[in-house]
Ligand binder design. Structure first.
Ligand code: ATP
Ligand code: PH2
Length: 170
């Protein structure tokens, strides 16, 4: 079994529905189980800032898929849910980024692991820290909680708990 973490984001309405559809489509795949899911957070856009706020969350999945098979699956789901690639870092119905796949470290044209921007993104680290604070980041000797502590107050201020989304409330 392989253990992976996936970050989900949406900033085109209905944002919450897009996130839920992506999670249930993944969970319906026979080769994959969603093991944990974070709360949803509303987050200010990072990078290309003239766009609507995002909803972001992170999930942990167990699967028999290789990292590239998981990337294929994530890209198929993005396409099914109507994602159009126009502006780099721009608006999207749903974006699925593979953050980590086991403790794999790789840098290829199609796939870099861990995700190259995950450790500087409050919209990733806050939800990831909720479900995996003790997860070790390959080749760093540091945990997600360590990186979460390194975020500035202004970065974490842009990540706000989205009411009603805590899976423990179900
Ligand atoms: N860990 C990864 N997870 C998902 N895609 C990746 C990863 N590493 C490299 N890629 C490649 O990045 C390409 C661009 O992805 P995408 O369009 O989702 O980028 P983006 O969401 O605009 O920016 P970002 O990658 O910073 O979130 C994909 O086609 C994919 O091949
Ligand atoms: N808040 C927020 N900002 C972003 C996001 C995102 O998911 N959330 N995704 C980006 C490209 O993947 C660029 N900027």
């Amino acid at each position: 079994m392989n253990n992976s973490y996936i970050a989900l984001g949406s900033n085109i309405e209905p944002r919450e529905t897009y996130l839920q559809q992506a999670v249930s489509t993944l969970n319906n795949c026979p080769s994959l189980t969603v093991v944990k899911q974070s709360s949803v957070y509303e987050t200010v856009p990072v990078g290309y800032t003239k766009q609507a706020d995002f909803l972001n969350m992170v999930i942990e999945v167990a699967s028999s898929l290789s990292a590239l098979e998981l990337l294929d699956l994530c890209q198929t789901i993005e396409q099914e849910l109507g994602r159009k690639r126009t502006v780099r870092f721009g608006p999207r119905t749903v974006d699925l980024d593979i953050l980590m796949h086991n403790q794999e470290n790789r840098e290829t044209e199609r796939l870099t692991l861990p995700h190259p921007r995950m450790l500087e993104r409050a919209f990733v680290l806050v939800p990831l820290c909720e479900i995996a604070p003790d997860l070790m980041v390959p080749a760093t000797g540091k945990t997600i909680l360590d990186y979460r502590h390194e975020l500035s107050g202004s970065e974490t201020d842009g990540v706000v708990f989205w009411p009603g989304s805590n899976p423990a409330d179900d």
